[in-house]
Design a protein around this ligand. Structure first.
Ligand SMILES: [Zn+2]
Length: 229
């Protein structure tokens, strides 16, 4: 029974709301060519670090804090908004793969609607905090035993969430120990968008989902901001 529960738990986190480092992200067709700037009527999205559970004085925490400093600049940048609004898949379709919340397959969302949901910032488990990216992040370092029995999470998942039941983003020490702030920006954006209700579909088209695309887009912008500083 224990094994069964474990498998179920693992399946549910890995399949629907975790970051797989092997997914090839497709950032869209238009971004490089686009030279017109759109006026956006969106509220400012605040970034609130509610709880961060990392080791004290950890180098990783320092990079996480740097990422959190970058996040409001990145998310509120016209480039981020435009990248989502004008996103198109490999086949040219101007939409995201699995463009619906939870399992509401009948309510497909346009890029503009997804952008609005992101800026509304309504995490399923954190009610009444609109226009805020509320971050509760804890780092998990797998033990030697877990590395043996739970190898897939320990070696193959950057972070995960349980968006229906928890406000927490759990991140994997194995990856974070080598990350600089822009890569952390990428993963936090990805995981946080899960908390809004966007889950994963088929691995084949996962790289065209809002979680992966917004994460990578945010990382690129964070890198540009750092390079310009
Ligand atoms: Zn994910």
């Amino acid at each position: 029974m224990k094994t069964c529960l474990f498998i179920l738990f693992f399946f549910s986190t890995h399949t629907f709301a975790s970051t797989d480092p092997d997914v090839k992200v497709w950032i869209g067709n238009k971004l490089e060519k686009s030279n017109h700037q759109i006026e956006f009527d969106l509220p400012w999205l605040d970034v609130v670090d509610e709880e961060l559970e990392f080791g004290k004085n950890s180098i990783i925490l320092h990079q996480v804090e740097k990422a959190i400093e970058l996040l409001p600049k990145v998310l509120n940048s016209p480039k981020f908004k435009q990248g989502i609004l004008e996103y198109s898949r490999r086949n040219g379709d101007q939409k995201f793969s699995r463009n619906y919340l939870w399992d509401r397959k009948d309510e497909k969302l346009s890029n503009a609607e997804i952008l609005n949901i992101i800026f509304k910032g309504h995490e399923h488990t954190i009610p009444d905090t609109y226009n805020q990216m509320n971050l509760n992040v804890k780092m998990k370092k797998c033990t030697r035993f877990e590395n043996m029995v739970k190898r897939k999470w320990c070696k193959g998942v950057i972070g995960h969430t349980l968006p229906k039941s928890s406000k927490w983003i759990t991140v994997n020490w194995q990856f974070y120990r080598g990350y600089k702030a822009p890569q952390i920006v990428n993963n936090l954006v990805h995981e946080w968008i899960h908390l809004l209700g966007f889950l994963h579909g088929s691995k084949k088209t996962m790289g065209e989902e809002i979680t992966y695309v917004a994460g990578r887009l945010a990382q690129n912008i964070a890198e540009e901001i750092l390079a310009a500083e």
